[in-house]
Write a protein that binds this ligand. Structure first.
Ligand SMILES: C[S@@+](CC[C@H](N)C(=O)[O-])C[C@H]1O[C@@H](n2cnc3c(N)ncnc32)[C@H](O)[C@@H]1O
Length: 313
C-alpha cells in the first residue's frame, strides 16, 4: 500500500531543518508514554504533534485506507459526499477517506487537542483536504450529520466501558456509515466488539469486516485483527530504530451501515499452505470454521490461492 504522495511530502516537510536527534528523542518519549498507557493528551507542543505525525500517522492512515478499500469492495455504490472524522488528530482517516472517495465534498475534522488540530491544518493546506473544516470540541458534543463518520484510534483513549456508549452516540448523530478503527491488540478488539454489539442492538448492520450481524464467535484469548504493510521512510526508520523499509500495522475495526450488506465469509488469519492445499480460517454467519481447498482441485484452488488474511473468501 502506498500512502497518499501529498501526505508523504507534507510529513517529510515537517522534518526539514529539525535536528534528527530532537525528533528521535520526541518520538521515543511518545512511544514510551503510549506503552505506559499515556494518551494523546501528552501531545502539547508543535514538536510533540510533529513526532506523532511522523511516527504514527503513516500507519494509522494505512489502516484506515485498508478499511475503506474493503468498504468500497462490499459497498461499491457507496459514494460519500460528506465526512466527519472524530478524534481526527492530524487527519489520518480523512486523508485515507478522500483518497478512496475523491468525490467527498465536505470534510469536518473534530478534535479537542489544539496542537494536533494545528498540525492537521498545516498538513492539509494545499492538498485534497485544503477546504476541510477543522474544529475543536469533544466527541460527545453535537456533530454534523455525515455520509461517513469515522473514529480512528480514538476509543483506545477512552475507558473500555465507554466504547459502546461512544459508538452509539456517534451512530445516533445520523451517519449513513460509521467506521471504527483501533489498534489490532486484544484491548483494541475488545472495544471494537463492544461497539459492534451495541450498534447491532441499535439496528445497525455490519458491512465489514464481519459478513453477518450475528454474535461475534471469537472466544478465549483469540482476537480478530488484521495487518497492513506500508513503506517506512528513512526518517521513520531512524525514529523507530528499524532496519527494514516497511512496517506492518495491526488493526481491528468495524464498519456499520443502515442497510444490510451480504458478502460471504471472511478470512481471519494468514492461510496455512501445505503441499496438499490451503487451509483457511473463516468467519461467517455459521460461526468460525476451517476450510481446506486441495491443490488437486485445480479450479477451486486457482480461485482462492491469492486470497489473504482479511480478504473475503
Ligand atoms: C491516537 S489519536 C488518533 C488520531 C487519528 N484519528 C489517527 O488515527 O491518527 C486519538 C485522538 O483522539 C482525540 N480525542 C480523544 N478523546 C477525545 C475527546 N473526548 N474529544 C475529542 N477528541 C478526542 C485526541 O485528541 C487524539 O487526536
Amino acid at each position: 500500500m502506498q500512502l497518499p504522495p501529498a501526505l508523504t511530502t507534507a510529513i517529510a516537510a515537517l522534518l526539514e531543518g529539525v535536528p534528527r536527534a530532537d525528533m528521535v528523542a520526541a518520538a521515543r518519549k511518545q512511544s514510551a508514554g503510549y506503552r505506559k498507557g499515556a494518551t494523546s493528551q501528552a501531545i502539547v507542543t508543535p514538536a510533540d504533534a510533529a513526532a506523532y505525525a511522523v511516527a504514527r500517522m503513516p500507519a494509522t492512515t494505512a489502516a484506515c485506507a485498508a478499511v475503506f478499500a474493503r468498504l468500497a469492495e462490499v459497498m461499491p455504490d457507496f459514494a460519500p459526499a460528506s465526512l466527519l472524522d472524530v478524534g481526527a488528530g492530524t487527519g489520518a482517516a480523512s486523508w485515507a477517506a478522500v483518497t478512496q472517495w475523491p468525490g467527498i465534498e465536505t470534510v469536518t475534522m473534530l478534535d479537542h487537542n489544539p496542537a494536533l488540530r494545528a498540525l492537521a491544518r498545516k498538513l492539509a493546506d494545499g492538498g485534497l483536504l485544503a477546504r476541510a473544516d477543522i474544529v475543536g470540541g469533544d466527541l460527545g458534543a453535537d456533530k454534523p450529520q455525515a455520509d461517513l463518520t469515522v473514529a480512528s484510534y480514538v476509543l483506545a483513549e477512552l475507558p473500555e466501558a465507554s466504547a459502546a456508549a461512544t459508538a452509539r452516540h456517534l451512530w445516533a448523530s445520523g451517519a449513513r456509515v460509521l467506521a471504527l478503527v483501533e489498534p489490532g491488540t486484544p484491548d483494541g478488539f475488545a472495544r471494537i466488539r463492544a461497539a459492534r454489539t451495541a450498534l447491532i442492538a441499535d439496528g445497525a448492520h455490519v458491512a465489514a469486516p464481519c459478513t453477518h450481524d450475528n454474535n461475534c464467535p471469537i472466544s478465549g484469548d483469540d482476537w480478530c485483527h488484521f495487518s497492513q504493510r506500508l513503506p517506512r521512510s528513512r526518517d521513520h526508520m531512524l525514529l523507530k530504530g528499524a532496519n527494514v523499509p516497511f512496517e506492518d500495522e495491526r488493526y481491528a475495526y468495524v464498519v456499520v451501515t443502515r442497510d444490510k450488506v451480504s458478502s460471504g465469509a471472511l478470512i481471519l488469519a494468514p492461510p496455512l499452505e501445505t503441499k496438499p492445499g490451503l487451509t483457511f480460517k473463516l468467519c461467517d454467519e455459521t460461526g468460525l470454521r476451517a476450510q481446506f481447498v486441495a491443490s488437486r482441485d485445480k479450479d477451486a484452488y486457482r480461485m482462492v490461492r491469492k486470497r489473504e488474511w482479511g480478504d473475503l473468501f
